[in-house]
Design a protein around this ligand. Structure first.
Ligand SMILES: *[C@@H]1O[C@H](CO)[C@@H](O)[C@H](O)[C@H]1NC(C)=O
Ligand SMILES: *[C@@H]1O[C@H](CO)[C@@H](O)[C@H](O)[C@H]1NC(C)=O
Ligand SMILES: *[C@@H]1O[C@H](CO)[C@@H](O)[C@H](O)[C@H]1NC(C)=O
Length: 313
């Protein structure tokens, strides 16, 4: 095959054209879902002790409202309480706000207004412990969680709460779904494009995203009669493409597939090329463009069509 060296695009097109003329199309895609990992971590949720940039806890999360532990700055329940010399308590974060406000900060409690001595600000561990021991509702109560837990156990509960919203475990592979933990298995079994499934014809494990494409080419997957006679489950003829290694003859690249002859891709092209499917990963452009496979502007593709499995003439 001769090709124009001046234009990469053209090369790719020529190659695709040749390969895709053989290709195949859609079938129903059967699969089974494989096992789930055991520990599924929640991604959100602030541990109760952390306070950086956060003011107090919302009063509404507490079963019995601790109205005597309200921070005068944020009006919420004290988080990491700090006590000033005057005795008044504030969230750690709220004390920082007081200090930033003025060169000579004073206690903002209306009846107090005492000057704040920065060296006299202390963590109030007793009050912190009291608050962490209070009963709260799970933050996923609106989703249906009826659990009542100690505030200090919130983050560990969230790690296992079935109603917590978590990222799909295949987020890194590209699934952006957020699901309640109790629905994750269903999501993986039916929706997630990235969960591993097994091709029912060859037992190869692959992601659901790739399954359809795989079944089109799976040598074990049967096809229907192209003449519409109704006969199904016909084994496929085998097409093998070999890109010849012109340097040493040792690194031929080959890919085998069994096209579906009823597919609209399996015919003489009527436009520039047929629907581009089939061997999309046959060879990468960067590998192709090495002297191994292209020499003097020429590459060779050997096409082997094996019809020995076919019924009839
Ligand atoms: C796939 O696995 C199933 C069950 O493990 C087995 O019965 C079947 O023969 C396997 N098929 C292939 C093509 O390996
Ligand atoms: C590569 O293909 C060529 C042409 O079919 C053949 O002569 C050569 O033996 C093949 N090399 C290998 C390693 O199969
Ligand atoms: C490369 O191609 C040119 C003309 O297309 C030809 O004259 C030359 O012999 C070829 N070289 C090799 C090494 O095949």
């Amino acid at each position: 095959m001769r090709m124009d060296t001046s234009c990469n695009l053209k090369r790719r097109k020529v190659l695709k054209l040749k390969i895709c003329n053989y290709i195949i199309i859609l079938m129903a895609v059967p699969f089974v879902v494989e096992g789930l990992p055991n520990s599924l971590k929640s991604t959100s949720s602030l541990p109760p002790e952390s306070c950086n940039g956060h003011d107090g806890y919302e009063l509404s999360i507490f079963v019995k409202k601790p109205t005597h532990y309200i921070c005068p700055v944020c009006d919420k329940v004290l988080r990491s309480p700090r006590q000033l010399q005057c005795g008044d308590r504030f969230c750690k974060n709220c004390v920082e706000k007081i200090l930033q406000k003025s060169e000579e900060p004073v206690c903002p409690v209306v009846d107090c207004q005492e000057t704040v001595d920065v060296n006299e600000i202390v963590p109030d561990h007793a009050v912190r412990k009291d608050i962490l021991a209070l009963d709260i509702y799970c933050e996923y109560r609106d989703n249906g969680c009826n659990k009542i837990i100690k505030l200090r156990d919130l983050s560990s509960h969230i790690q296992e709460c079935g109603y917590a919203e978590i990222d799909c475990i295949h987020k890194q592979r590209g699934c952006h779904a957020k699901v309640e933990r109790r629905h994750l298995a269903d999501h993986l079994a039916s929706d997630c494009l990235y969960s591993p499934v097994t091709c029912e014809y060859c037992n190869q494990s692959l992601s659901r995203e790739d399954l359809e494409e795989h079944v089109r080419r799976c040598p074990q997957a049967p096809v229907s009669c192209p003449n519409g006679c109704g006969v199904k489950d016909i084994p496929r003829m085998k097409v093998t493409l070999v890109l010849l290694d012109q340097a040493t003859g040792r690194r031929n690249l080959s890919d085998t597939f069994r096209p579906d002859p009823t597919s609209s891709s399996f015919k003489q092209p009527t436009g520039d090329m047929n629907v581009a499917s089939g061997c999309p990963l046959f060879v990468s452009q960067s590998v192709l463009e090495t002297p191994t496979y292209i020499k003097n502007d020429t590459l060779y593709i050997k096409v082997v069509v094996d019809t020995s499995d076919l019924y009839g003439p």
